[in-house]
Design a protein around this ligand. Sequence first.
Ligand code: SAM
Length: 285
Amino acid sequence: MQAAARWRRLVRARLAEMEQLSPGRGAVGGAYWNEKGRARRFSAALDATAEKDPLFARLRQASGRRSTVVDVGAGTGRFSLALAPRVREVVAVDPSRAMLGMLRKTARQRGVDNVRSLESTWQDAPLGPADGVPQADVIFCSYVLPLIADAGAFVAKMDASCCGRAFVYMNAWSTEALTEPFWRHFHGSPRRPAPTYLDLQAILQDIGVRPEVEIVEVATRARFDTLAAAVKAYREVLVLPDSAEVRAELRRLLRPWLVEDAGALRPPLRSTPAAIVSWAAGSAR
Ligand SMILES: C[S@@+](CC[C@H](N)C(=O)[O-])C[C@H]1O[C@@H](n2cnc3c(N)ncnc32)[C@H](O)[C@@H]1O
């Protein structure tokens, strides 16, 4: 289980780094996503992107009208809500009350009534084999895993809770590679690296799963109406304090770096690669 141990080491070191730079930030569970305005901003930026996202096409292929689907770390539910009209039921699991609140609000607005939200971490969700709940036909987890220290148990529970196909979606090349020079500029040393989809592949292989890995291009979604909005966003990405000096320095660095596109500012790459890691569930040892 070397791969799981390596993953745990990487995640813990990274969370400790964040905690040191900004106390409280290392606890990036539901609490972070409950902070004021975060769920609303996330929903506004991402909810409309699901139908065009490569993962959505794979989820559609794997599911049908009679399928039950579990969305692990559903957030504001961009995939749950897009999939719901095509399947029997979606169970959206997330520990953040604010994120699930946005999900339910959007569901009401769209007249979607077959998404059940479950406020819990995946680790504690009563959806495992011991809970007497029928296994899902499809299970997926999008942009959650790199913050989970015990990824081995997390994906093993996904595997055990499903009788069809399981999917994990994550960056294949970190967008942080782009901002790394800024990180070093402010913090004086490279950022602690996050685990990658290759580490996930190794973890799955260690538990007897032979995953398929597909690399897809995902459009860059960050768009800023003003330089000030970009400064605010990158101050957070780079875990920097909110001081006049930091804001001025970020303005100086970001002005020539951001690209003007249809009246907004965006980072220099139009798209970044992501990995869809999938397997026939029930195959873990
Ligand atoms: C970056 S968002 C991704 C949301 C959604 N999957 C998407 O792709 O739009 C990460 C989400 O993971 C959730 N999360 C954090 N820790 C979790 C855990 N242990 N189990 C399940 N979800 C978790 C957060 O509350 C947050 O909503």
